[in-house]
Ligand binder design. Sequence first.
Ligand SMILES: [Zn+2]
Length: 163
Amino acid sequence: MAKSLWAPWRLEYITQADEQEGCVFCEEGAGALAPERSLLVRDGADAIVLVNKYPYSSGHVMVAPRRHVGELSGLAEAEVLEVHALAVAAVSTLGLLYGPDGFNLGWNLGRAAGAGIADHVHLHVVPRWVGDTNFMPVLADVKVVPEHLLVTRDRLREAWPTE
Ligand SMILES: [Zn+2]
């Protein structure tokens, strides 16, 4: 089973996880570090799209407002609209590229709901395939993701609909 896993980047993240501070979406987090520019797929006026560096499946992206906002109710109307529009574009683009059988879109609000980055709200867009009901994460903290994150980013950037 373990031999079928191919996720070399995860090791890098495991070793870096304890050193990371601040917000991956903006520079206003605690550590004031630059956002994860290398994972950026789409840079909108009020919202951005990032490849999730802890993907649940291939093509797992996150849409977030540009502003460091921790409450869903704190979003301005323009942010709500652009987050939604980017999520719709992500579904379309991922549909073309990966041909999944379905999608999960969702907000994890607060750590109790599973939010890894609780103080900057973000919408997950997760392609799903029939039969991918991941039993692996139940058995161990391991997810089978067959494509490198930066390859996913490049494919999405290239295929993203032009405005
Ligand atoms: Zn932030």
